[in-house]
Design a protein around this ligand. Structure first.
Ligand code: ADP
Length: 404
């Protein structure tokens, strides 16, 4: 059994999970996060199953401090020494066109990761700080990078190239990259396990941010997010797809800067913009039930954007074997799932209402005679990162054996 630490470094937080695993089983030994890095009130929060989270408030000025706090905690509770850690797996935002799978981090990989930072200026630096911190705290420890964009590198050029002058792709690398790839990849694997074959799957990752991915034979063929995670579906505060002239028109006529317009489309749009400032789907559903017309409409618009995309992806793949819901809304909202599935009855989807309403939700929510299956699978990007790290670790061990 190997112990693998998975880190997800954001700009002011680092989430962690310590796994104990072999090729067949896994166990989460500990999980939590360091929050408010570089801010007042920074703290380590260790999640427990019984809602008695352990919290330690301590000054944490940067990612190195944050990861040191995590390691110190793990050394007190779960590790005799850091040699017990076989590898550290990192969630990385962007692999550009360099990476179509997880890789062991070395100097060459780091150079390429640095080169992708301009593609993800807001979040890219934090991911890199996480790797740099581990390199300095645990020199020579095997580190693995798992990229949000990697799974979508299998897209065909006709799916990823925008119809703008070619030099923008060549010089600025502007193309559809897609995100949530680790989640969609995990869904692809889990669905294949359930179905017993790879098939044609549409994976709906519906959280605060949301994306849909068309997966054929285990490969992403198209996805809704694009050059940035702003594209595609209506999201909690992001507009999703729209006419590219709209931001230009607003900038020209309202005397707004690019940053102001960007802020508006990313933070004040989507469900937040369509309602009176509600971004959380739970609040929106509750308000709609109390008769709030804006919230009612926002739900209809949200469902419409899902149904339209699913239809397009069915067309692209020439059919569908399974539709999967995952992430906060996908896993927890029977209402959204029911509304979407009802509009997809033409695909032979026959929802089992009892199963759909069960809590926790059943894995399969369609009836036995439904020709397209619908599944609800909890998102688990951390497990995917741990599994990919484990696989690379095993390959490395094998290589070393062969070299002896
Ligand atoms: P993020 O993308 O922010 O990491 P999550 O995958 O955790 O987020 O999803 C967050 C979203 O899930 C929020 O919009 C929240 O309202 C929604 N959500 C969580 N529970 C429910 C529920 N019971 N019903 C509807 N929406 C829910």
């Amino acid at each position: 059994m190997d112990k693998i630490l998975v880190l997800n470094s954001g700009s002011t937080s680092v989430k962690f999970q310590l796994f104990l695993m072999d090729s067949n089983t896994h166990n989460v030994i500990s999980k939590g996060l360091v929050d408010r890095i570089g801010l007042q009130g920074s703290k380590l929060i260790v999640k427990t199953d019984d809602a008695h989270d352990f919290t330690l408030e301590t000054p944490i000025k940067d990612h190195k401090d944050a990861i040191k706090v995590v390691l110190d905690y793990l050394l007190q509770k779960h590790l005799k020494n850091t040699d017990e850690l076989s590898a550290v797996g990192h969630r990385m935002g962007h692999g550009g066109e360099y990476f179509d799978k997880s890789v062991i981090i070395d100097e060459d990989v780091m150079e390429k990761i640095y080169d992708t930072i301009p593609l993800i200026p807001l979040h890219g630096p934090a991911f890199v700080h996480g790797v740099e911190a581990v390199t300095s705290l645990l020199p020579n420890k095997m580190q693995v990078a798992t990229f949000d964009s990697a799974f979508h590198q299998s897209m065909d050029k006709s799916a990823y190239l925008y119809a703008i002058p070619k030099e923008y792709y060549k010089d600025l690398r502007i193309r559809r990259y897609g995100f949530h790839g680790t989640s969609h990849n995990y869904i692809s694997h889990k669905t294949e396990e359930i179905l017993g074959f790879k098939g044609k799957i549409i994976s709906c990752h519906l959280g605060g941010g949301g994306s849909i991915c068309a997966i054929n034979n285990g490969k992403s063929v198209d996805t809704t997010m694009g050059y940035t995670p702003s594209a595609g579906l209506i999201m909690s505060t992001r507009s999703g797809d729209m006419d590219p002239y709209i931001p230009l028109h607003i900038m020209k006529t309202q005397n707004k800067t690019a940053d102001e317009v960007n802020q508006m489309f990313n933070k004040q749009s989507g469900m937040f913009g369509l309602t009176n400032g509600h971004s959380d789907m739970r609040d929106i559903i509750e308000s709609a039930e109390k008769g709030d017309k804006d919230c009612e409409f926002a739900i209809e618009a949200y469902v419409y954007s899902l149904v339209k995309t699913i239809g397009a992806y069915v067309a692209v793949m020439g059919g569908i074997d399974a539709l999967v819901f995952t992430a906060g809304i996908g896993e927890n909202s029977p209402l959204i799932r029911q509304k979407v599935c009802e509009k997809l009855s033409y695909l032979g989807i026959n929802l089992d209402l009892d199963k759909n309403n069960q809590r926790p939700c059943a894995e399969e929510i369609t009836t036995s005679n439904s020709s397209t299956k619908v599944f609800v699978i909890p998102a688990n990007e951390e497990l995917m990162i741990a599994e990919e790290s484990y696989e690379l670790l095993e390959m490395e061990k094998q290589k070393q054996k062969e070299a002896v």
